[in-house]
Design a protein around this ligand. Structure first.
Ligand code: ATP
Length: 348
């Protein structure tokens, strides 16, 4: 799919990287449109940071190309790539004030003093740190330090912004605030951005599109809703959100017989005989619905707005179900019937 805005600002083609026997990147290709925020989501060790380092110029790939605005930048050193970066561990200069930290990239580029002053002030205003110019990093909270890092990354109007788990060290509440701030800033400046995370909620909140990575390969690149509702395979379905995944065979058009023998009515035009995966999200079950399951509660958890139930159903099927929290939490052993409509079942 062509991304928002049309033309690819960043184009990665066939990039590979090995470390000894470890294939960190296996022919990775992707494009990011001008002004788009693409998140790379994947478990630890899937190759996310390596990919970012290749784009930034800190790792040399074994093969493939990286183009920005149509120009191959593969041979350029990091300082010449015009890329702003923020990492998890702040990486501010500890002995420099906030002001000097943010001014640094401009000084490296020999920008005139008066212009440096105005651009630093503007960048600090954008991250809401006016009045903190004279402080040292150690006199700031974690969230404030990350804001300085962000100001430093955008102050020179970079062509690309790369963010590698920038909020990993922050507590949940601050993390959520920073996510929204980054999104606002990124949109306002129209910055072409790659954001790395292993947190699927963060990816869903922030992104225009998500690239899900596993073992050095991209499993699926799609919009957030597409990734959640129509995952391409078991890995994506399981990694993003809570899921019930089963396997089976199309027994007729619109019917899947699961490996355990149970038949489900689905909306799918896959041919009879095709081997398929079936995804049912826990929140898509209701008391009615065309495909009924009767089960016994084996585990129940109260989550404030919802109940999370694990049900043992006929035929050995185990289901994870979420229901709005109303009345008493069903206890282990309670009998519960739920159903799911064919439209709510994703066949892949
Ligand atoms: P995390 O979320 O834990 O940061 P990641 O998805 O960013 O993980 P990478 O850091 O890109 O993963 O690592 C991908 C694979 O390459 C891992 O198996 C890692 O051990 C290996 N690797 C990365 N850098 C090096 C290196 N310099 N030398 C050897 N192996 C490396």
């Amino acid at each position: 799919m062509a991304a928002r805005g049309g033309s690819a600002e960043l184009l990665i083609e066939g990039v590979g990287k090995r470390f000894g026997d470890v294939v960190a990147l296996d022919h990775v290709s992707l494009s990011v449109a001008q002004g788009e925020l693409l998140t790379i989501l994947g478990p630890s060790g899937s190759g996310k940071t390596t990919l970012l380092k290749v784009v930034a110029g800190f790792e040399t790939p074994d093969g493939g190309t990286v183009k920005v605005g149509g120009t191959d930048i593969s041979a350029l050193p990091p300082a010449k790539r015009d890329i702003g970066m923020v990492f998890q561990n702040y990486a501010l200069f500890p002995h420099l004030t906030v002001r000097a930290n943010v001014a640094f990239p401009l000084e490296m580029r020999n920008v005139a003093r008066t212009e440096i002053d105005s651009r630093v002030a503007e960048a600090l205003a954008m991250v809401e740190l006016k009045g903190y110019e004279a402080r040292l990093p150690k006199q700031l909270s974690g969230g404030q330090q990350q804001r300085v890092a962000l100001a430093r990354a955008i102050v020179f109007n970079p062509r690309l912004l790369l963010l590698d788990e920038p909020f990993g060290a922050l507590d949940r509440k601050l993390r959520e605030t920073m996510q929204l701030e980054v999104r606002r800033l990124q949109r306002r400046l129209g910055l072409t951005t790659i954001f790395i995370t292993h947190d699927q909620e963060e990816a869903l909140v922030l992104s225009d599109r998500i690239a899900v990575m596993n073992k050095g390969t991209i499993q699926q690149i799609a919009t957030t809703t597409e990734i959640y509702e129509r995952p391409a395979n078991d890995f994506v379905a399981d990694f993003v959100g809570e899921s019930n995944i089963f396997h089976g065979t199309m027994s007729a058009p619109g019917a899947v017989t699961l490996d355990g023998g149970r038949t489900l009515v689905v909306r799918s035009d896959r041919q009879a005989g095709a081997k398929v995966g079936v995804l049912m999200r826990p929140e898509r079950f209701a008391s009615g619905g065309m495909n009924q399951f009767a089960g016994e509660v084996i585990e129940s958890v109260y989550l404030g707005t919802s109940f999370k139930l694990r049900l043992a159903c006929e035929g050995g099927l185990e289901l994870l179900v979420r229901q709005p929290a109303r009345g008493a939490l069903p206890a282990a052993g309670a009998k519960v019937a739920v159903g799911i409509d064919p439209e709510a079942i994703h066949v892949f």
